[in-house]
Design a protein around this ligand. Structure first.
Ligand code: SP5
Ligand code: ZN
Length: 343
């Protein structure tokens, strides 16, 4: 399978995130993509750089104000103090419920809170460049599919599915899966399905398409009552307005076995088929792996071959977009196993 990887991913290399009030090393590291790249090369997959600019698609997914913020966030941080070059910014205040989000504060940390859902999305000097390259990979995949390619894998990082129209979160800056879906629509698709198999609910993707019937969103994930992102991903979220019936959440308890997970995948795939989509975007999180350090499902490496086989059976032009997966050393094998199953 053709794969798209941009070397710029490595420009996003923050050092720390927060866990229980303490700074810990980032789980989402450049090594993740390096392990994937190495395994793709070992199995003879063709790897290309992105060849299409996502600039005209980004505003279909993200607000102009958020895009401007992301693009300039590091300059803004350095403008406060050049010594910030070696410091990571984190938000510490958020405009929840009765607070206003229609006024962009002059204070940098307050602006960072306005455009964030959590303090779990570390930034570094090259974060925008890396995220933009990931979005370019997503639209490049859409272009290749519209030219007849059956499937394309984007080994993108940072991941994307927690990022909403105007906020970052959960290690995600630009919503690559939503960008791929919009690019497919712009290239003539009438209906697209996004199937999200990351351990965590794709709250960003759901919210972007929640009121629309042209993009079906289906997700299998850890129950948000106990698992991140906590505040979205319940089974009763089925879409609104035009989009009523075009959102399907299949939350599963932490500890769910591979057998039960594949039963949910079957239901998810049947809903995708019923949508009559002309293309599929898979938010391919591999943090469902039993060895994942931050997640609690029990898939083993061979299960990812089975996942690839079931996705292939859907019979659709398919963009596979890497999301989570934090057992870095095993990530290459697990990702490549999906591609092997698909082949
Ligand atoms: C794309 C994606 O998979 N984002 C996940 C974001 C999860 N953020 C919360 C991380 C919580 C880390 N908990 C550490 C548990 C160590 N035992
Ligand atoms: Zn995840």
């Amino acid at each position: 399978m053709l794969a798209i990887v941009s070397p710029s991913h490595a420009l996003h290399a923050p050092q720390h995130e927060f866990f229980r009030g303490e700074r810990v090393p980032c789980f989402e590291t450049p090594s993740r993509a390096e392990y994937v790249l190495a395994e793709l090369a070992a199995r003879g997959h063709e790897v290309r750089a992105p060849h299409v600019d996502s600039a005209d698609v980004l505003p279909r997914v993200h607000s102009a104000a958020y895009l401007h913020f992301l693009q300039t966030v590091w300059q803004q941080w350095l403008a406060i103090d050049p010594a910030n070059a070696s410091v990571q910014p984190f938000p510490s205040v958020w405009p929840v419920r009765t607070l206003r989000h229609d006024v962009e504060p002059d204070n940098f940390i307050a602006r960072l809170g306005l455009y964030s859902m959590d303090n779990g999305t570390p930034l570094a000097a090259g974060s925008w460049q890396a995220a933009k390259a990931g979005a370019d990979a997503a639209v490049s995949a859409a272009a290749l599919l519209s030219q007849g390619e059956r499937a394309v894998f984007c080994a993108t990082r940072p991941p994307g599915h927690h990022a909403g129209a105007d906020f970052m979160g959960g290690y995600c800056l630009l919503n690559n899966a939503a960008i791929a879906a919009e690019a497919l629509l712009a290239r003539g698709c009438q209906r697209v399905a996004v199937l999200d198999v990351d351990y965590h609910h794709g709250n960003g993707t759901q919210s972007i398409f929640y009121a629309r019937s042209d993009v079906l969103f289906v997700s299998i994930h850890g129950d948000p009552r106990t698992e991140y992102p906590f505040y979205l991903g319940h089974a009763d979220e089925t879409g609104s307005g035009e989009g009523a019936g075009f959102n399907l959440n299949l939350p599963l308890p932490a500890g769910t076995s591979a057998d039960r997970w594949f039963a949910a995948l079957e239901a998810a795939c049947q809903r995708v088929t019923a949508h009559g989509a002309d293309a599929l975007v898979v938010s391919l999180g591999l943090d469902t792996y039993a060895g994942d350090p931050i997640s609690k499902f029990a898939l083993q490496s061979p299960d990812f071959v089975r996942l690839g086989q079931r996705l292939h059976l859907l019979g659709l032009p398919t963009a596979l977009i890497l999301e989570g997966g934090y057992a870095a050393q095993e990530l290459g094998v697990n990702a490549a196993n999906v591609l092997s199953g698909f082949a």
